[in-house]
Design a protein around this ligand. Structure first.
Ligand SMILES: Nc1ncnc2c1ncn2[C@@H]1O[C@H](COP(=O)(O)OP(=O)(O)O)[C@@H](O)[C@H]1O
Ligand SMILES: [Mg+2]
Length: 373
C-alpha cells in the first residue's frame, strides 16, 4: 500500500522537541515534504537546535514513520540549520518586526464590512486556544476595532513590562491587543496607509507575545492600500476570507482572494457567515436570507476550500455584545461547534502547507548599504 501524507503527518506530530515541549510540525520545522508511493522525503529545518535533538531528529522521525505506516518506506531526511539573519540596516527591514516566538500568522479578511470578520476572528482564536494552541489575536481593524468589546476588554490599557515591551491583555487564555486600546478610532479614521502599517509593526515588533502557535489578525475590511501594506509587512502563513452569501459580498471576497494571491500569501479558505437562519421554534427549517450556496460556488470556482458555513444565531450576536465569545460562553452550542470545526480545518490546512512548502531560502547576512533581500 502506498503511504499517505496524512499518515506521515500523524507520525511526525509525535516527534517532540524536548526543550520546547512541542512537536516538530507544530513548531513548523518540517519543510519540503513529499510523499510518493513508498518514498518519503523532507527536510528538518532547525533554528536554534538543542544539540542532542539535532543529532537524533532524523532517527526519531524515521522510527515514528515506520511505527505509524507499518510499511517498508524509504525515508530520506535532511537536517538543516537556518542561518540567523543579521539585519544591519538602519531602521531594520520589514521582516524584523515579526515576533520571534510566533509560528503562524493568520489574517482574517473580508472584502466588505459587517460580514462577521471580527466574530470569526475572535471565535477562531478562542477555539484554537480551547484546542490547546498558544494563541494571540491582533485587532488591526483601525476603523472599527471590535475585539475589545467582543472579548470584554473595553477598558483595558495594555501595560509595559520591565523590558519596555507592551504586554498583551489576556482573556480566556488568548493574548490580545487592539488598535482600539491604543488610539482613538475617531482620530484613526483619517490615518494614511503608512501610519497604520507603522502602528501594526509596533504591535508586532514591540509587544511581549511570547511563544505562540497562532497569531490571528483581524484586518480592516476591504482590499485597499492599507490592507496591502499590512499583509506585505509580515510573512503571512495564510488568510481566511469571510463573506456572506450576498452577491456584493462575494464579489468583494473575490477581490480579497486576488489581493492575497498577488502578495503570495496563501488563502487557506472561505468562511460563509450568516449562511442561513433557523428559527428556534422551527428547528428543521433553514431560511437563506442572504442567498444560498454563493460561497460554495465561489470556493469551487477558485479552487479554495470552504472552511465553514455559519448560520445566523441570535446568541452569537449577543455573546459578542456581552464580551464573551460564544466558544467560551456556550461551548456546547451549534455556533461553538462550528467554530471548533473551523479551527480544526485551519490547523490542518496550515500544517499541510507548512510541511510541504520548500525549505526557506537561507537568509543572507545583510550589511549596511547592501540591497535588502
Ligand atoms: N452568524 C451570525 N449570527 C448573528 N449575528 C452575527 C453573526 N455574525 C456576525 N454577527 C453580528 O453582526 C455584527 C457584525 O459582525 P462583525 O463580526 O462585527 O463584522 P465585521 O468585523 O465584518 O464588521 C455584529 O454585531 C455581530 O455580532
Ligand atoms: Mg470587525
Amino acid at each position: 500500500m502506498p503511504v499517505s501524507t496524512e499518515a506521515v503527518l500523524r507520525a511526525l506530530s509525535s516527534v517532540v522537541v524536548p526543550d520546547r515541549g512541542k512537536d516538530i510540525l507544530r513548531l513548523n520545522l518540517v519543510k519540503g515534504l513529499v510523499v510518493k508511493d513508498d518514498r518519503v522525503v523532507f527536510t528538518i529545518l532547525l533554528k536554534d537546535p538543542p544539540a542532542s535533538f539535532a543529532e537524533n531528529a532524523a532517527s526519531l522521525c524515521r522510527e515514528a514513520i515506520r511505527k505509524e505506516t507499518r510499511e517498508e518506506v524509504a525515508v530520506d531526511i535532511t537536517v538543516d540549520f537556518e542561518m540567523i539573519s543579521l539585519d544591519m540596516h538602519d531602521g531594520g527591514s520589514a521582516k524584523s518586526v515579526q515576533p520571534e516566538g510566533v509560528v503562524n500568522f493568520i489574517a482574517v479578511a473580508s472584502g466588505k464590512g459587517g460580514v462577521g470578520k471580527s466574530t470569526v476572528a475572535v471565535n477562531l482564536a478562542g477555539a484554537l486556544r480551547q484546542k490547546g494552541y498558544d494563541t494571540g489575536l491582533v485587532d488591526a481593524d483601525i476603523y472599527g476595532p471590535s475585539v475589545p468589546l467582543m472579548f470584554g476588554a473595553v477598558d483595558e490599557k495594555p501595560r509595559v513590562n520591565a523590558h519596555r515591551k507592551i504586554m498583551p491583555v489576556e482573556r480566556h487564555g488568548v493574548k490580545l491587543l487592539s488598535m482600539g486600546m491604543m488610539v482613538d478610532p475617531q482620530k484613526a479614521v483619517i490615518w494614511r496607509g503608512p501610519m497604520v502599517t507603522n502602528a501594526i509593526r509596533q504591535f508586532l515588533g514591540e509587544c511581549a507575545w511570547g511563544d505562540l502557535d497562532y497569531m490571528i489578525l483581524d484586518l480592516p475590511p476591504g482590499t485597499g492600500d492599507i490592507q496591502l501594506t499590512i499583509v506585505q509587512s509580515l510573512a503571512l502563513t495564510g488568510a481566511v476570507i469571510v463573506s456572506t452569501p450576498q452577491p456584493v459580498a462575494l464579489a468583494d471576497a473575490r477581490k480579497g482572494v486576488a489581493m492575497f494571491e498577488n502578495v503570495q500569501a496563501p488563502v487557506l479558505g472561505l468562511v460563509e457567515n450568516m449562511a442561513w437562519f433557523t428559527p428556534p421554534e422551527l428547528p428543521d427549517k433553514k431560511y437563506y436570507l442572504f442567498g444560498r450556496g454563493g460561497a460554495a460556488a465561489l470556493s469551487k470556482e477558485l479552487d479554495i476550500p470552504l472552511l465553514a458555513e455559519l448560520p445566523i444565531r441570535e446568541r452569537l450576536r449577543e455573546s459578542g455584545d456581552q464580551g464573551t465569545p460564544i466558544v467560551f460562553a456556550e461551548p456546547e452550542s451549534v455556533s461553538a461547534k462550528l467554530f471548533g470545526e473551523l479551527a480544526d480545518r485551519v490547523v490542518h490546512q496550515v500544517t499541510v502547507r507548512n510541511a510541504t512548502q520548500a525549505a526557506t531560502q537561507k537568509v543572507e547576512i545583510l550589511h549596511k548599504g547592501s540591497a535588502p533581500a
